[in-house]
Ligand binder design. Sequence first.
Ligand code: ADP
Length: 327
Amino acid sequence: MATVMESSYQIDAREHLVRFKVWGELTAESLIELLNRAVSDPRYVPGMNAIADYREAHGSWDYSEIQRFRDYLVHLSPPCEVRWAAVMKPGNLAAAGHVLILISEAVGANIKMRIFEEPAAALRWVHGESERRYPPRQQFPRHEFLSGRVEVRTGDITGLPVDAVVNAANPSLLGGGGVDGAIHLKGGEQILRACQAIRETQYPGGLPAGEAVLTTAGKLPARFVIHTVGPVWGRDEPAEELLASCYKKSIAIAAEHSLGSLAFPAISTGAYGYPKNQAAAVASSAISEALSQTHAVERVSLVFYSEADLDVFLDNQQFQATRFSRY
Ligand code: ADP
């Protein structure tokens, strides 16, 4: 006779951690019941971190199921920031990423959630209490604007452990060269699958210039990728408005999902040919305007591939010219 394994939990007071092992068919109801059992256990302390292993679980959730679970989590509202890691089979990562995006928006800043393939990586993340999701500050030189909310630096955007990296995507959302190629290559198939899902549902004709969408960040150190399509210089008009819209909509999406740190590449200034000096003025003005309308996005990094590009930006930015009210 086959043995049916029961979903279970263990509370590790010393590690301030609840470990869940979920077996068989996973419904919102069964998951809520399991969580309820754990949080009503006398050894449970509000504010504990959690690792849930879903590798032996299966199920497909529709929107109402996701909503049910989301409402439960909102109601649970921990008293401080907690980290909840989910360990998934690689085949389920894209679907889980989609659920996570819908859930994390509602639970806000107090429950940090991430998906892993390896339990060891999940444990490291859960214990990384001191890890701040901001890129390390550069020693010298440091270029900051808007009271330190904007940092301008060189580097490879795919290596930054921010809440979201912005991708200079093309309308197909299916990958390309430049930043786009690097993000898909490093982030892996999960990003591509999430993009395909967006094409099938929201944007069958491709993402128009000036728009932005959010997906998982796959294997990148960031949590999410915001894909935005810049204007092709000489073709997409009004170019300035469309480029500004890429920055504003990306910041608006980050704010909507309570993502505190965000890194942008120099959108449209590569293959799309936007003159770098003009792009600097547009980007800095758009960022100033967008940040003046939200306090959720605390830190924006503008990442240039070369010192030369960074210098052009510094010479042409309009941050200082823009009047900035803190929130
Ligand atoms: P677009 O098609 O919008 O012009 P590209 O990806 O071709 O986008 O280039 C945008 C800018 O990003 C260029 O200035 C390029 O030098 C820079 N870039 C390319 N790869 C990276 C990277 N990995 N990190 C940061 N910037 C990058």
